[in-house]
Ligand binder design. Structure first.
Ligand SMILES: [Zn+2]
Ligand SMILES: [Zn+2]
Length: 450
């Protein structure tokens, strides 16, 4: 975790607590503010002026926002103020300590701007307000393919950086994802460890992620290669209109794989279409275009595991996404690290998905991605995080990354320590997980208005 995550708001996020932070549009909500550490001007009975302002409703130059503030007092360890939120956006809650006039009433004209406390809340329409944000990475490798660590270590590492759901997706191998589940099967865990694999059909260069389904597609192909090729022949006849035989063959194979992933309850991801292998992209442009037009998959890997020198690939994937959306097409997305190591390798944590679902289950986060309630986040070491996807979700994601996830991630970090202890066979691991269980749900209960 770097200080950059907080941007220019680190100190206020640390010094003060405001709750709820996420409120419904179209109604009055009572906001609570308290200082977490002693401050000289915060004493019982002290008067404060409070202004609640929409970020998209101001425009420079700002009005004198403290001309007519709501006046409230610090009572019983905090400040309470009721506000109405008219539209879906971020709101600034500015609080200024007020001087006392000679008559004992607060003097609105006097106060120090230096002491202004600037806090933030986000108002949401009902459909999004009912959902909670869950961070996930569903494309990573362990030492069972070409990664560096065990599946259990990858899972604990994911919790360390604040993931709520994850899957190990080794090349051609489903069993490692089950191994990660087995490592934690007898302890309470707030993070979902899901099944998965990267699917590599024979004679097809397209990489596909299978997230969450109950059976392996790689094993299915390996157990009956003849049956697989026969099925592809049949699928080819469904896409006869494709004249190039090589492209038709690859597409038929992909369609079969995505159908099989769905048949076992999984989410199918079309991976890294602009990955460069030597001089060229690893799949033909004709395959990418057909896939984006016909969408046999559930989600498109919008940004993924590229090193900085490979930035072209993500840039093209993002440009292609906007192009497809401009044609009026829906295009569900994920961001994934495709990390081949957690502890001493870049990429891990650089790219992830936020999925908005009412609760955290494999089915609900998958459905949310299918329904377009997800963004892809790029969070490279030392860089300010960026989010890609639908505009309203990106706006919300930037707020969450700045104002909510630092709190969320510190709870996850504590859980990860207990996960590592459990992996080492120490009893303190299970005890720690028992004690910390329910942390993130409780945080969300506090931060979302009732
Ligand atoms: Zn791949
Ligand atoms: Zn991969």
């Amino acid at each position: 975790m770097s200080g950059m995550v907080y941007g220019d708001r680190k100190q206020e996020v640390i010094d003060y607590e405001i709750w709820p932070k996420v409120v419904p549009v179209g109604q009055e909500t009572v906001l609570h503010v308290r200082n977490l550490y002693p401050l000289p001007f915060v004493v019982e009975g002290a008067p404060f002026g409070v202004c609640v302002m929409p970020m998209e409703g101001l425009g420079h130059p700002w009005p004198d926002r403290f001309a007519a503030p709501v006046v409230t007092r610090y009572e019983q360890g905090g400040i309470r103020v009721s506000a109405y939120f008219a539209a879906e956006q971020e709101y600034i809650v500015e609080i200024r300590p007020l001087a006392m006039g000679p008559d004992g009433a607060p003097n609105l004209a006097e106060g120090t701007d230096a002491a202004v406390i600037s806090l933030r809340v986000f108002a949401l329409e009902a459909d999004l307000f009912a959902r909670r944000p869950w961070k996930g990475d569903i494309h990573m490798h362990s030492f069972h393919s070409d990664g560096r660590e065990s599946p259990g270590f990858v899972a604990a590492s994911c919790r360390k950086i604040g993931m709520d759901f994850m899957a190990v997706t080794d090349h051609g191998r489903y069993a490692p994802s089950i191994e990660a589940q087995e490592n934690f099967k007898n302890v309470p865990l707030d993070m979902l460890i899901c099944r998965g694999e990267e699917v590599h059909p024979p004679e097809n260069p397209v990489h596909m992620i299978h997230f969450g389904g109950s059976e392996s597609i790689n094993d299915l192909m390996r157990s009956d290669p003849e049956g697989y090729f026969k099925a592809i022949d049949a699928y080819e006849r469904k896409v006869e209109e494709i004249t190039d035989p090589a492209i038709r063959r690859h597409i038929a194979s992909c369609c079969w794989v995505f159908d099989r992933i769905r048949a076992v309850g999984g989410l199918g991801v079309f991976c890294h279409p602009y990955w460069k292998v030597r001089e060229g992209y690893h799949i033909a442009g004709g395959v990418t275009s057909w896939m984006l037009e016909n969408k046999p998959f559930d989600a498109y890997e919008l940004i993924g595991g590229y090193h900085k020198y490979e930035a072209d690939s993500n840039t093209l994937q993002v440009a292609r996404y906007h192009e497809e959306r401009a044609k009026g097409r829906s295009l569900p997305i994920v961001g994934v690290s495709d990390a081949h190591g957690c502890a001493a390798s870049p990429l891990f944590g650089w790219y992830y998905t936020i999925s908005w679902a009412e609760k955290l289950t494999r089915e609900t986060v998958s459905d949310a991605i299918r329904e377009g309630f997800s963004v892809a986040v790029e969070a490279m070491e030392g860089e300010v995080p960026r989010a890609y996807g639908p505009f309203r979700l990106v706006k919300l994601a930037l707020f969450l990354i700045r104002e909510v996830f630092p709190l969320h991630d510190s709870l996850c970090d504590a859980e990860s320590e207990a996960m590592f202890a459990h992996l080492r066979g120490e009893a303190s691991g299970a005890q720690g997980l028992e004690r910390l269980s329910g942390g993130v749900p409780q945080l969300y209960e506090r931060l979302w208005a009732l």
